[in-house]
Design a protein around this ligand. Structure first.
Ligand SMILES: Nc1ncnc2c1ncn2[C@@H]1O[C@H](COP(=O)(O)OP(=O)(O)OP(=O)(O)O)[C@@H](O)[C@H]1O
Length: 873
């Protein structure tokens, strides 16, 4: 019996499988003819993401899914795949199919991942696209960020909190970690990132130093000031390794690595960045501060503004310099207008030059680059003639890039196409050879007519004809009657009934020329273009420098324009620890008020001597949070160099801003949320300095009233007693906290005033001295449309509660010390619980315990005892 024939896998699929095996984590786009095809699971995913047809095909041994799209649609489909979080390996044909009889050689030419993207379709113009690596060192963590589309490469190292803050600031599109730390990463920094695991050996010190020094062609990294940051360097090494892995080898634009100079910037942790809604917001469609203040024109300006916002300065001199420029631009509107007019003509210089470095630039983009560099010239001249020293300095540093502009101008056609294959890239007059070829290709008929005329005259044959066929190419046809006049040098090729066909030396030459002319034109254009792009590699740094300087001017102009239209004032940076804001406003809320309503301004003063902690009480919705946030935003805007929404502001430099917002709903979030809130608050208390600004919004409300009050009290007391005396705003519902001002001299009560009407309250939104008597939650419920029945019932309950509450002295409760609580009657010596408690207590290290931790401990002990008592009952 004949053996059953096993169907053979086709050679194409064999090739596919061997390539796919090398990229198991990526979707493989396999070029077949004019299509990119995907197979199997990749095809299922691609069809779903791209909404293209999924088919089946028999590839020999089995059926497999298949989905594909035309190769010229790559730019449309690739970004969709990457945005969906796919890593995409592009597998191209590496030789011309016409040149081989065997199966075409194929290989992966690029691996596009969310963090390594150069295509405009994937990138957002005003945002960086960072690839990040995090190295979990023994004691500290290292981090590195690279935007391959701009060439910016940064590194830092520090504790978990610091790395967390940086991850928030730079929001990377992809994070590389050691495979074994993938879980730790999510545990520490959340699930919001695309993580990719790399092998352990990549995160080795020797390998990293070698890789970086190799890339920069240096002996050490001292020149960049990062040699000593071993953990950071390891992370940076992993990034460069990953780029090589993903077939990104042209990285000339990554010309430096910089340390993120932590000490130069205001410290804001992740909660602060989120709470203040600086540039991302938890609520969909919510407007961020960046949305409101960003008046930049260029993409690089937009990116820099975001960076300035994420990293406000601490150096008063640098801050004042920016303020001075903004003031100058406000006072010289024509200069401002002119600068902005020219910036409008500048494209994304930074990304264009990166494309030059990676050889991904198109002819049209090269022309854009030239035109952008041309627009820099009038800015340079204007800046050089400016009275303002800082602008003048920018003018001095702007590069005129004459050679690049000149070379591009003379070599590239102003109307060059996007695709070099389309031709007409190189300008006329740049290459003799090219001009000659073009003449042949485009004026072939004239040439032949001329030749015919010449030959007719020379031979005296009037009926000569020039033709062309597939077998003999170009020929001259002579009718039999004139056969005898044919010169000897002509070579006879074909005999027809009435005529003979000949070729001549000239015709042969011409034919060789014209036949290849068009192909040669394309080749030559590509060659010349590549040569130009390569040559431009020498100008990467000056162009990058121009991009940076233009970005700075753009940001400062944006500040000036915003200050003008929104009536901001120049903040005074003072050598004090105080904060004095006159008629301050919230820059975002004021833009969102319904037409006809105007923002109610508020004065606010904080200092370390008299008014260090302000306790702000007031009903829900009265505007407590707005005051807290606007204070932080004004400080932040001032220190990033902007003018501020106030009539006047005197600011003693702030070095850290902390904000905490209490969990509003302890039922849905569970008790653990409360503990998290406490832990987060504890971390503030461990990090405060004498220049810190602390904003606490309803801290402690996620628990029972007395727990909440106790905790809020303890925190405020701690902040007041702390030798650093940080400036603090505390918004709270607990009017009980108003008692604190009697015991602590630098705690002051304020409330956001409301006018009580018969059944309602009117929000006046003015911050006025003094505490408030009771809370107004029910009034707000009414405004929110709560049914009357519910409101009546709530009113009754409130009255009852207030009555019983009056009998207790809340101050007394707070004074109850831990010792007293321990002397509870059910404490029996033979009780095993006592042992447990004794151990707990002996293990407490009083020297390092913060008040909040003490309270939490106390809470734990109380709970233990309570459960015991319950068991007895
Ligand atoms: N100074 C102001 N001028 C005009 N409108 C304001 C002002 N302050 C706040 N508002 C408006 O009132 C709303 C509520 O303000 P905010 O959230 O600050 O109140 P709150 O007292 O913190 O409330 P809750 O206690 O519920 O958190 C804001 O969204 C804004 O629309």
């Amino acid at each position: 019996m004949a053996a059953k024939k096993t169907p053979k896998v086709t050679p194409l699929m064999q090739q596919y499988s061997s390539i796919k095996a090398k990229y198991p984590d990526a979707m493989l786009l396999f070029r077949v003819g004019d299509f990119y095809e995907t197979f199997g699971e990749d095809a299922v995913k691609a069809a779903q993401i791209l909404n293209i047809v999924l088919t089946n095909r028999n590839n020999g041994s089995e059926r497999t899914e298949l989905a594909g799209f035309p190769h010229h649609s790559l730019n449309t489909y690739l970004p969709k795949l990457v945005k969906a979080g796919q890593r995409v390996a592009i597998c191209d044909q590496l030789e011309d199919p016409k040149m081989t009889k065997k199966i075409v050689k194929r290989g992966v030419t690029e691996l596009v991942t969310p963090g390594v993207a150069l295509s405009d379709e994937v990138l957002l113009s005003k945002s960086n696209n960072f690839l990040c690596a995090v190295h979990f060192g023994k004691k500290i963590l290292g981090v590195s960020f690279l935007d391959v589309s701009t060439g910016e490469f940064l590194t830092a190292q520090g504790n978990r909190e610091y790395i967390d803050k940086l991850l928030q600031n730079f929001s990377p599109s992809e994070v590389l970690v050691q495979k074994k730390f993938k879980k730790d990463f999510s545990g520490n920094f959340g699930e919001d990132f695309h993580i990719f695991g790399l092998e352990d050996w990549v995160f080795k010190s020797d390998f990293a130093y070698e890789t970086l020094n190799g890339h920069f062609e240096t002996k050490s990294l001292k020149g960049f000031g990062v040699e000593h940051l071993e953990e950071g360097v390891i992370a940076s090494g992993a990034i460069l390794h990953y780029l090589a892995e993903t077939q990104h080898n042209k990285l000339q634009h990554i010309s430096a690595i910089n340390r993120i100079a932590e000490e130069e910037y205001v410290w804001m942790d992740r909660f602060t960045i989120r709470n203040l809604e600086l540039y991302h917001s938890t609520a969909a469609n919510a407007v961020t501060l960046l949305d409101v203040i960003d008046k930049t024109i260029s993409p690089m300006g937009g990116r820099l503004l975001k960076r300035w916002l994420a990293l406000p300065l601490k150096n008063a001199e640098k801050i004042k310099k920016r303020h001075a420029v903004v003031e100058f631009l406000i006072n010289n509107p024509s200069v401002l207008q002119e600068i902005q007019q020219h910036i409008k003509k500048i494209s994304d210089l930074e990304r264009l030059i990166s494309k030059v470095a990676t050889a991904k630039v198109s002819p049209r983009e090269v022309v854009q680059l030239k035109n952008s560099l041309e627009a820099v010239i009038p800015i340079k001249e204007l800046a050089l003639n400016c009275e303002d020293e800082a602008i003048k300095a920018i003018g001095g540093k702007l590069h005129s890039c004459e050679q690049v502009r000149g070379r591009i101008g003379e070599s590239i056609n102003e109307e060059a196409p996007v695709n070099v294959q389309k031709g007409n890239v190189i300008a006329e007059g740049f290459s003799e050879e090219l001009d000659e070829l073009r003449k042949i290709a485009f004026s072939g008929k004239d040439y032949l007519d001329n030749m015919l005329e010449r030959e007719s005259k020379a031979t005296g044959i009037s009926s000569l004809k020039i033709g062309n066929n597939n077998v003999y190419g170009y020929y001259i046809e002579v009718r039999n009657t004139h056969k005898d006049k044919v010169p000897e040098s002509w070579i006879r090729k074909q005999t027809l009934v009435n005529a003979e066909r000949y070729i001549t030396e000239e015709l042969k030459e011409y034919e060789a020329k014209i036949l290849g002319a068009e192909e040669k034109i394309l080749q030559l254009e590509q060659q010349l273009f590549s040569k130009l792009v390569l040559w431009m590699g020498d100008y990467i740094q000056p162009v990058q420098q121009n991009a940076q300087l233009i970005a700075q001017l753009d940001c400062l102009s944006s500040f000036a324009q915003q200050a003008n239209t929104e009536n901001y004032c120049r903040p005074e940076m003072e050598d004090t620890y105080g904060l004095d804001i006159e008629e301050g406003r919230h820059p975002v809320i004021e833009k969102q008020l319904p037409i006809g309503e105007s923002y109610v301004t508020n004065n606010l003063k904080l200092n370390r001597d008299e008014q260090q902690v302000i306790m702000i009480t007031g009903p829900n919705m009265s505007g407590k949070s707005a005051i807290l946030r606007q204070t932080a935003l004004i400080v932040l805007m001032a220190q990033m160099g902007s003018f501020v929404p106030a009539k006047a502001a005197h600011i003693g430099m702030v070095d850290k801003i902390f904000t905490r917002v209490g969990a509003s709903d302890n039922i849905s979030m569970g008790e653990s949320t409360f503990m998290v809130e406490m832990n987060e608050t504890a971390s503030i208390l461990n990090n405060i300095s004498d220049r810190s600004l602390v904003l606490l919004d309803e801290i402690g409300r996620g628990t029972s009233t007395y727990d909440g009050i106790s905790i809020a009290w303890a925190i405020s007391e701690y902040l007041h007693e702390h030798p650093a005396r940080p400036k603090t705003l505390f918004a709270t519902h607990y009017h009980e906290l108003n008692e604190m001002c009697e015991r602590f001299e630098r705690i002051k009560n304020f409330n956001v005033s409301v006018k009580e009407l018969k059944d309602n309250v009117l929000f006046l939104r003015k911050l006025v001295p003094g505490g408030s008597e009771h809370s107004f939650g029910i009034h707000v419920a009414k405004m929110a449309g709560m049914p009357l029945q519910v409101l009546h019932r709530a009113n009754k309950i409130l009255k009852k509660l207030e009555k019983s509450h009056a009998m207790e002295d809340s101050g007394e409760i707070l004074k109850k010390s831990a010792e007293e609580e321990m002397q509870l009657s059910f404490f029996n010596l033979d009780d095993p619980l006592l042992e447990e408690l004794k151990e707990e207590l002996l293990n407490i290290d009083i020297d390092t315990l913060t008040p909040v931790e003490a309270l939490m401990k106390l809470n734990e002990i109380k709970r233990l005892l309570a459960s015991k008592e319950k068991a007895r009952a």
